[in-house]
Design a protein around this ligand. Structure first.
Ligand code: G4P
Length: 280
């Protein structure tokens, strides 16, 4: 799988180094860390440095966007994290599902760590776009953190007072994933890497290749197409014909059809899809 870049993607620009420093300082003020991952790609959306940074601090993993991930994938990831002795809450921050679970698990982990403090002072961490701001707003019960549709918008550190003895610290997104191609692809598919720096035609075609592998029936059903013996590019062209994405000359409007495929996948219109599974 090869992506065409329209400009260089830097995994570790200065603001990410700053956010790591800020995070380390902020740790002293909290008694638990909420590590937010995207349930569709938990490993790809994990900052591999986070465990080193937080050290022995109490932590729960929040698998967010579970309204978009498969039930089978959710179960497998929960048992994967549980087997490593990490508590996991399955959450849909946009729907408000799983919030009670967060409170219960946070209490459990804090008590286990022998912390007497009554209030849960949590720092919410995760790479951009996993839903940190949405989750904070959901727990707080109103719009206090800034949610945005472009990766990397959460910036300055902010404390948010929430209900149920919660205090939440929103931190800037840190993006330093593993640098293998599969991680990069998954992050691009779920919209964590800004589309502006990618060739959307190649991205959509690569997504189709992945969908053929993991959910071929859903792909056919959504776009009402036959995929047998077709290349991803041919499938993209078929979808363009079905959706009227043709220019006046009859040439395929690759940009438009690619954006349709990416957007419908990201909105869950093809169904609940998990892109990666744990090795076990
Ligand atoms: P961040 O702080 O970690 O950067 O993420 P943020 O909350 O800004 O959320 C990024 C996008 O993910 C937003 O969509 C948000 O609505 C969406 N999102 C967050 N949690 C969930 C969830 O549980 N399920 C689903 N399906 N989506 C979720 P957006 O399209 O960028 O913005 P908007 O149009 O929703 O405002």
């Amino acid at each position: 799988m090869v992506f065409v870049m329209t400009e260089n993607v830097s995994w570790f620009p200065k603001h990410m180094k700053d956010s790591e420093d800020l995070l380390k300082k902020s740790l002293k003020a909290v008694n638990i860390v909420f590590e937010v991952l995207d349930a569709r790609a938990p490993l790809s959306s994990k900052d591999m440095n986070i465990d080193r940074i937080i050290g022995q601090k109490a932590k729960i993993v929040i698998l967010n966007k579970c309204d978009l991930s498969s039930n089978d994938g959710n179960k497998k990831w929960i048992s994967f994290f549980n087997s490593g002795d990490t508590e996991v809450a399955l959450v849909s921050a946009v729907k408000g599902d799983g919030l009670k679970n967060i409170t219960n698990l946070a209490r459990k982990v804090i008590n286990k760590a022998g912390i007497k403090n009554k209030s849960i002072r949590a720092m919410v961490v995760g790479i951009p776009n996993v839903g940190k701001s949405t989750l904070i707003n959901c727990i707080a019960g109103e719009k206090k953190a800034k949610a945005a549709n472009k990766p990397g918008v959460t910036r300055a550190k902010q404390w948010i007072k929430a209900k149920s003895q919660f205090e939440l610290l929103d931190t800037p997104g840190i993006l330093r994933p593993r640098e293998d191609k599969e991680t990069f692809s998954n992050l691009a598919f779920i919209g964590t890497i800004n589309d502006d720096v990618l060739d959307v035609g190649t991205l959509a075609s690569n997504l189709i290749e992945k969908l053929i592998e993991i959910v071929p029936e859903e792909l056919c059903a959504r776009f009402k197409i036959d995929i047998k013996d077709k290349t991803p590019l041919e499938i993209l062209e078929n979808i363009a014909a079905k959706r009227g994405c043709l220019l006046k000359t009859g040439i395929v409007d690759y940009m438009r059809v690619s954006n349709i495929v990416l957007s419908e996948f990201r909105k869950g219109k093809l169904g609940k899809i998990t892109l990666e599974y744990p090795d076990c």
